[in-house]
Design a protein around this ligand. Structure first.
Ligand SMILES: C[S@@+](CC[C@H](N)C(=O)[O-])C[C@H]1O[C@@H](n2cnc3c(N)ncnc32)[C@H](O)[C@@H]1O
Length: 223
């Protein structure tokens, strides 16, 4: 069920990108992940939307090999036309469910931004993330964390500042259930169930948005 049209969601993702991906988010990326990456890292963004996260990485790490997957042709069209200065990402239109179109242990980073909360039962997809990730790779999950209704509704009053944006009060009420599925504790629990531990966490928007950078709970034997 989508409460916003494709074009409304696209506008929301583009207009809020700068606020969502602020300096603290990139500090976490630069400090926690970048020092561990190989020279030409392979990074995939699941539910990449208009591709702006991949574009930011492209500017920071021009030698990275980037992949984006999304179900929406309109989102991918924007991503495809971002003005990539060197190699473009491989963008794939696919409705993700329980499989990923990548080989075993092929990714240094698997990212999901405001994506995983859409899954009622995320563990099969997380098992695929684990299969796809290199043994010492990172999972990057940036998503909604559950808060009380009043705090959630207030989010839409104070940020982002979106003139003419159609998240009015009835829409915000309807989005509450979708965005408030997992609390911070729920995320930690389900990610541990999937075999991951939180290496670094960043909170913004009064804790309603949480970045969790994950490593495997146990070492994976190579070979
Ligand atoms: C809230 S948007 C986030 C987009 C982008 N990650 C960002 O943060 O700007 C969610 C995205 O997930 C995509 N999506 C939703 N369900 C999907 C699925 N099952 N498979 C692939 N993409 C999906 C939508 O098309 C949309 O682009």
């Amino acid at each position: 069920m989508s409460l916003l049209t494709e074009s409304q969601l696209l506008k929301l993702m583009v207009d809020t990108h700068g606020a969502r991906f602020d300096g603290r988010i990139w500090d976490a990326f630069d400090n926690e992940i970048v020092p561990e990456l190989p020279g030409e890292p392979r990074i995939v963004d699941l539910g990449c939307g208009p591709g702006l996260f991949l574009y930011d990485i492209h500017q920071r790490l021009p030698d990275s090999k980037l992949f984006g997957v999304d179900a929406s042709p309109a989102m991918l069209e924007v991503a495809d036309n971002l003005g990539w200065s060197s190699v473009s990402p491989r963008l794939e239109k696919m409705v993700l469910g329980e499989t990923l179109p990548f080989g075993n242990a092929t990714m240094d980073v698997v990212a999901m931004n405001f994506f995983l909360h859409q899954f009622d039962y995320p563990l099969p997809l997380m098992a695929e993330v684990s299969r796809t990730l290199k043994p010492d790779g990172f999972v990057w999950i940036y998503d909604w964390a559950r808060k009380p209704l009043e705090e959630y509704l207030n989010f839409w009053n104070v940020e982002p500042e979106l003139p003419d944006f159609p998240v009015d009060r009835p829409t915000a009420y309807k989005l509450f259930g979708l965005h408030n599925r997992f609390s911070r504790e729920d995320w930690r629990y389900l990610l541990a169930q999937a075999g991951f531990k939180v290496a670094r966490e960043v909170s913004r928007a009064s804790g309603q948005h949480r970045l969790m950078i994950l490593k495997r709970k146990t070492e994976v034997a190579l070979g």
